[in-house]
Design a binder for this molecule. Structure first.
Ligand SMILES: Cc1ncc(COP(=O)(O)O)c(C=O)c1O
Length: 436
């Protein structure tokens, strides 16, 4: 590095404490290849974005071809074939009532769009008093100001409280730390009662409830019972409040279905996707809306318009990557791969559940989490950086959320490779025991 080179400031990384980032020169399938020639198995899909493996040739080709044809054009007053094709492909997999798609850049912007659509919907309907937002404990919806506001308090938000808009907070169905002190085997999803009370008492002022359906990701890979999501939907309908399903993490097969909402037979009013939309190649996000939402923005009054957009909205190259990724779902046995990953989770997790160093295990679809028993549980657990380094030393990229080790692999991982990841986690537990 010469003296004129700029310092690279990395996300969620503390200079002076965290090790110098590894330089990656290539990626193929589940493996990343570092500059010094090491192969690292990417067991977290590079922050949950990669579906079909790194540098999948079909997506790489689609990107190259589109770049040579049309790299970008503004999306106001113009459209283009990759976006039209993507709308048509998404139309085949998105629940039918969600017939309108608004593109943006990443998970956070998809959430901002959904929140703004929800608030303006009520304004356009002549009910501006309906302006409050309800979000869940343990929620994570992104790092921009609106998304950070609906996310729960955490080390990620601590410095920015003065920026965050106030939201009403309700329980999450975090069964291993039940917010109402019950156990799943005998409960009747009483964690919903708080939401019911909020909607009953303040429904006239509440615009929208936002949830991560069935799986709260960055909050600790918390798996909710399907009855909880179904109950949230029932309550929002009963109290005439909109529901946003943030499927940024769960979308495109992660939970064993194309979208997590399907597992609970829930159709929200607004749905956000990002991460896996392009198969992990390029930033692109989408917010889907029903006719009811969309139609409130139609009409002669210019103030009904949705004044929101980003320079790169619906970038053609990103749309081409998304089209190629969705085609892979049609051409390759993606859901068989997903089922094979889930089978290994089912086989391997019981042994971890019985381990004295483990306080809980959980899984849904391709995602599994092992919560470790530590005195300083939470994102800043002192075990986390040591574990991260241990996993890397064994050639596996796992990035624990504090004391929660989770596996969230690209779907092309083989069962043997998933078993290898579990072996490494098992060895890590033995290593922790020895070193404490
Ligand atoms: C459920 C959920 N929503 C939104 C986001 C924000 O997405 P992005 O990092 O692409 O802005 C994330 C990121 O992890 C997420 O898990």
């Amino acid at each position: 590095m010469s003296t004129s080179d700029l310092n690279l400031w990395h996300p969620f990384t503390q200079e002076g404490v965290d090790p110098v980032p590894l330089v990656v020169r290539g990626g193929k399938g589940v493996f990343l290849e570092t500059q010094d020639g090491r192969q690292i198995l990417d067991a977290i899909s590079s922050w949950w974005v990669n579906l079909h493996g790194h540098s999948h040739p079909a997506i790489a080709q689609a990107v190259a071809e589109q770049a040579a044809k049309l790299e970008h054009v503004l999306f106001a007053g113009f459209s283009h074939e990759p976006a039209e094709e993507l709308a048509s492909r998404l139309g085949k997999v998105i629940p039918p009532p969600l017939r309108h798609v608004f593109f943006s850049d990443d998970g956070s912007t998809a959430v901002e769009v959904a929140l703004k659509l929800a608030l303006q919907y009520w304004k356009n309907c002549g009910r501006p008093k309906k302006s409050r937002i309800v979000a869940l404990e343990n929620a994570y919806h992104g790092d921009t100001v609106g998304a950070m506001s609906v996310s729960d308090d955490s080390p990620f938000t601590a410095a920015f409280d003065s920026l965050r808009i106030p939201v009403l907070r309700t329980h999450s169905a975090s069964c291993s730390h039940c917010p109402v002190g019950l156990t799943r085997a005998t409960c009747h999803i009483e964690c919903l009662n708080k939401l019911e009370k909020l909607l009953t008492e303040q429904g006239e002022e509440i615009a929208v409830v936002i949830v991560e359906p069935l799986l709260q990701g960055a909050g600790g890979m918390i798996v909710h019972p399907e009855e909880f999501l179904a109950g949230v939907r029932r309550l929002t309908v009963a109290h005439d409040v909109l529901l946003i399903a943030d499927e940024v993490l769960t979308g495109f097969g992660r939970t064993g279905r194309m979208f997590a909402c399907e597992r609970a037979a829930v159709v929200p009013d607004l749905m956000c996707v990002a991460k896996g939309l392009t198969g992990g190649f390029l930033p692109l996000a989408a917010t889907f809306a029903t006719d009811r939402i969309h139609d409130a923005f139609v009409g002669g009054d210019r103030m009904r318009a949705f004044f929101h957009g980003h320079s790169y909205t619906a970038n053609p190259i990103a749309c081409a990557a998304a089209n190629a990724s969705l085609q892979i779902f049609e051409r390759e046995p993606v859901f068989d791969r997903i089922a094979a990953i889930e089978k290994v989770h089912r086989e391997r997790l019981p042994a971890f559940a019985a381990h004295p160093g483990v306080s809980d295990v959980r899984h849904i679809g391709t995602v599994a989490a092992i919560e470790l028993n530590v005195p300083d549980a939470g994102y800043l657990s002192s075990l986390r950086p040591r574990l991260y380094q241990y996993f890397l030393s064994r050639g596996v990229l796992l990035r624990p959320l504090g004391n929660v080790v989770y596996i969230l692999p690209p779907y092309v991982i083989t069962p043997d490779q998933v078993n290898f990841v579990y072996d490494v986690i098992r060895d890590a537990l033995a290593w922790i025991e020895k070193s404490t």
